[in-house]
Design a protein around this ligand. Structure first.
Ligand code: MSP
Length: 657
C-alpha cells in the first residue's frame, strides 16, 4: 500500500508531571500505548504515537523552590537529565513518534491563542473563585465534591482559596457531554461512564476555573498579565498542538486528528471525558474517537507513592529481568481496565512460567531438535500425521482471535490467546514424541513435519508478540530461520510460509529462568535501602529538659585515658575490653558495647575520655570500672557512634572540667 493511502492511527499517553522520577505505574500506561502503536504499525497503519511531559503548575513551582533551582531547571533535570523521562522511554524501547513538553515555545504560544479564542467566543469569562483547593492535584473542589472533607482524588488536605479568575462555561456543555458518554462508545471501559455521570455530571456541572493568579509558573494569559492558564487546559491541548494546532511547528492535524484513542489512568478520566470534549465543542473541533481509562498498578492495596516507600523503580526491574520481560509482565498479568496488584513474586512467576518455561523452552527445544536430527536444515519431504490438524487449526485462527482482543485493548486476553497456542505446541511435542520418531530413519519425513509445524507455530506466535517484546521476538525469528522483515500481519494469518527447507540457528536462551530466591532477596535489600533513604538524613537525640545543678554535674570525674590494649570480649558480639592508662600508674579496665562501630586494633594508642567515678559493674564476668564517652546520632535510620578522642598531647589522668 502506498504511504498516502495508509489508514492512520493516532494514540496518546497522558503527559507526565515531571515532579519526581517516574515509577512502574507510569511505565505501565506508556508500555501499553507502545504495544498498541506497534500493533497498529504491524497491521499496516500510519501511526502517530505521542507522549510527553506536563511541566507547568504550582506543584512544580514549589518543588523547584525547595530544590533551590528555577522551575525550568527543575523540569529539565527530570525530563532530559540522567535516568529522566526521556532515558526511561529509551530504555523501555518506547517507539513514540513525537514528544511534547508543555514548556515548548510553540505549545505555549498555541495555548495563548486557544485561551483567547474561547474568551472571544464567550465561553471563557472573568469572575471570582471561592473554593477548596488541593495543591498537589491543582484542583478546586466544591464542598459537596470533597470526600470526608479531603480531596476526592488524592485524599489530601484542601484549603479555602479565593481569587479573581477566568471561568470556562462547562455547564453549557453538560447535556452534550452527558449524551456523548451515555450514547456513544467515547469512554471505555463502560464502568467509568457511570462514575462520571453519577459523580460529576448529574450532581450538576459547574463552570470551571481556568486561570490562576496565586503562582506564575504557567502559560501567561496574554491579554491579562498576572493570570496563568490552568494547567489542565494547557495539558489537554497538547494532544492537538503536537500535531500543529494553532502553531506552525507541525502540520499533521488534518492527517491525524481526531485521535483514535487517548489512554489515561482512571483518576484523570474526568478531565479527559468531560472537560476535554467540552472545550473541543466550544471551539467546534472534532472530538477524539475514544478515551480509555485504565486501572492503576497498586501495591499492598494502595497507590504507589514516594512517601509510602513502595515506589517501584523500572530501572531496577529492567536491569534485573530485562526490558522485554518487564513490558510483557505488565500487559500479560493485569486486565488493562482494572487495578492490578503489583508484586515482585508475580513478576518472577510470570517470567519463569510464560517466558522461560512455555515460550523459551518451546523455542530452544525445537531448534535443538532440528539441529540434532537434521543438522539444522529441514528436508523438504514431510509426512503429515496425527495431532497436526488440531494444532494447525488452532494456530491458523490465532491472528483473528488476537486481533479481536487487541481492538478492545484487552492485552491480557490477546496474550492469553497466543499462550494457548504455545502451550498447545509444547503438548504437541509430548504427543508426537520426536525422540521416538528419530530412532527410525523411515520416520524422518514425519519427524520433519513435526519440526516444521512447531517452527510455524513459533513464527506466528512470535509475530503477534512483536508489539510486546520487540527485541526478543527479533532474536526468536533469527533462531527459527524466519526473516523478521517479511513476518507481517498478513503472514501471521497464513500457515506454511516458512520455506520447506528452513535452517535454524540455535542460540542462547532468549528468556533465562530467574532464580526467585536470589532475585527476591536482592529486591528486598534494595527496598530496605529505599525505606532508609526516606528517613531523615540525620537525627539527634532530643535535648533533656530537666536541669542539672552545677555541683551535681561537677561530681562526674572525667579524665583523659590512653588505650593500652583493646580486645573483643569472648562470647560477646558487642563488648570490647579496654585496658587503659588513667595516669594513676595502675591499669583501668572498662568494657564498652561498641564492637559494631570499631575494630579493637584501631583504638590502641588513642586518647579517650572516661567517667571514672561510676561504681564498678560486672559484664560477662568482667568488671568495668567507668564509662567511655562517645557521641551518638542516627543517620538514615542507622545508629552511629563516635568515641570522643582528644588530642594525644593531653596526658593520661588529666581532669576534664
Ligand atoms: N499530567 C497529568 C496528565 C495530563 S494528560 C493531558 C498526569 N500526570 S501524572 O504523571 O501524574 O500521571 C500520568 C499517568 O500515569 C496518569 O494516567 C496516571 O494514571 C498514571 N499513573 C500514575 N501512577 C500509576 C499507577 N500506579 N498505576 C497506573 N497508572 C498510574 O496525571
Amino acid at each position: 500500500m502506498c504511504d498516502t493511502c495508509k489508514k492512520t492511527f493516532y494514540i496518546t499517553t497522558p503527559i507526565y508531571y515531571p515532579s519526581a522520577k517516574l515509577h512502574i505505574g507510569h511505565t505501565y500506561c506508556t508500555v501499553a500505548s507502545d504495544a498498541m502503536a506497534r500493533y497498529k504499525r504491524l497491521q499496516g497503519y500510519d501511526v502517530m504515537f505521542l507522549t510527553g511531559t506536563d511541566e507547568h503548575g504550582q506543584k512544580i513551582e514549589e518543588k523547584a523552590k525547595a530544590a533551590g533551582v528555577t522551575p525550568q531547571q527543575f523540569v529539565d533535570n527530570i525530563v532530559t537529565g540522567e535516568k529522566g523521562v526521556l532515558d526511561l522511554w529509551k530504555l523501555m524501547n518506547i517507539s513514540n513518534d513525537r514528544f511534547i513538553r508543555t514548556t515548548d515555545d510553540y505549545h505555549v504560544a498555541a495555548i495563548q491563542r486557544i485561551f483567547r479564542r474561547m474568551y472571544e467566543n464567550g465561553d471563557i469569562y472573568k469572575g471570582s473563585y471561592k473554593g477548596k483547593y488541593c495543591t498537589p492535584c491543582e484542583s478546586f473542589w466544591t464542598e459537596s465534591q470533597l470526600k470526608d472533607g479531603k480531596c476526592p482524588d488524592c485524599g489530601g488536605e484542601v484549603h479555602d482559596a479565593e481569587e479573581e479568575a477566568y471561568f470556562f462555561r462547562l455547564s453549557k456543555y453538560a447535556s452534550r457531554v452527558r449524551k456523548l458518554l451515555t450514547e456513544t462508545d467515547f469512554l471505555e471501559p463502560k464502568s467509568r461512564v457511570n462514575e462520571m455521570v453519577n459523580n460529576f455530571i448529574d450532581p450538576g456541572l459547574e463552570d470551571l476555573c481556568v486561570s490562576r493568579t496565586s503562582f506564575t509558573w504557567g502559560v501567561p494569559v496574554d491579554f491579562d498579565p498576572g493570570h496563568v492558564v490552568y494547567v489542565w487546559i494547557d495539558a489537554l491541548f497538547n494532544y492537538m498542538t503536537a500535531l500543529g494546532f494553532e502553531n506552525d511547528r507541525y502540520h499533521d492535524l488534518e492527517k491525524y486528528w481526531p485521535a483514535d484513542v487517548h489512554f489515561v489512568g482512571k483518576e484523570i478520566v474526568r478531565f479527559h471525558s468531560i472537560i476535554w470534549p467540552a472545550m473541543l465543542m466550544s471551539l467546534d473541533l472534532p472530538l477524539p474517537k475514544k478515551v480509555y481509562g485504565h486501572g492503576w498498578l497498586v501495591m499492598d492495596g494502595g497507590k504507589m507513592s514516594k512517601s509510602k516507600g513502595n515506589v517501584v523503580d523500572p530501572y531496577v526491574l529492567a536491569e534485573m529481568f530485562g526490558v522485554d520481560a518487564l513490558r510483557f509482565f505488565l500487559l500479560r498479568t493485569f486486565p488493562f481496565g482494572s487495578d492490578g496488584s503489583f508484586s515482585n513474586e508475580l513478576l518472577i512467576n510470570t517470567i519463569n512460567i510464560d517466558l522461560a518455561n512455555d515460550l523459551g523452552n518451546l523455542v530452544s527445544r525445537t531448534t535443538a531438535m532440528v539441529e540434532k536430527y537434521f543438522g539444522g536444515t529441514l528436508p523438504e519431504t514431510r509426512a503429515a500425521g496425527e495431532f497436526d490438524e488440531s494444532l494447525i487449526a488452532l494456530v491458523s485462527g490465532l491472528r483473528d482471535r488476537y486481533e479481536a482482543q487487541m481492538e478492545k485493548f484487552q492485552f491480557q486476553n490477546a496474550l492469553d490467546e497466543v499462550f494457548k497456542c504455545i502451550q498447545r505446541a509444547n503438548k504437541y511435542i509430548d504427543e508426537t514424541m520426536p525422540w521416538a520418531l528419530a530412532k527410525d530413519e523411515a520416520n524422518k519425513p514425519r519427524l520433519a513435519a513435526v519440526m516444521y509445524n512447531l517452527l510455524e507455530t513459533i513464527r506466528i506466535c512470535t509475530t503477534l508478540l512483536l508489539p510486546f517484546m520487540p527485541d526478543s521476538c527479533e532474536k526468536i525469528f533469527a533462531q527459527i530461520g524466519a526473516n523478521a522483515d517479511v513476518e507481517t500481519w498478513d503472514a501471521a494469518a497464513v500457515w506454511g510460509r516458512l520455506p520447506a527447507a528452513v535452517t535454524v540457528h540455535k542460540g542462547e536462551a532468549v528468556f533465562p529462568r530467574v532464580d526467585a530466591e536470589k532475585a527476591l532477596s536482592k529486591l528486598e535489600e534494595l527496598h530496605q535501602q529505599q525505606l532508609r533513604s526516606l528517613l531523615p538524613a540525620l537525627e539527634i537525640e532530643p535535648y533533656a529538659t530537666e536541669k542539672v545543678d552545677f555541683d551535681t554535674f561537677c561530681k562526674s570525674d572525667l579524665r583523659a585515658v590512653k588505650v593500652k590494649a583493646c580486645e573483643p570480649v569472648k562470647k560477646s558480639d558487642k563488648l570490647l575490653r579496654f585496658t587503659l592508662d588513667d595516669g594513676t600508674g595502675a591499669d583501668r579496665q572498662i568494657l564498652s558495647g561498641i564492637h559494631k562501630f570499631y575494630e579493637p586494633e584501631q583504638l590502641v594508642g588513642k586518647t579517650l575520655v572516661a567517667i571514672v567515678n561510676l561504681p564498678p559493674r560486672k559484664m560477662m564476668g568482667l568488671a568495668s570500672c567507668g564509662m567511655l564517652l562517645s557521641a551518638v546520632h542516627t543517620e538514615k535510620g542507622e545508629e552511629k557512634l563516635h568515641l570522643i578522642m582528644i588530642d594525644d598531647s593531653i596526658p593520661a589522668g588529666a581532669k576534664l572540667c
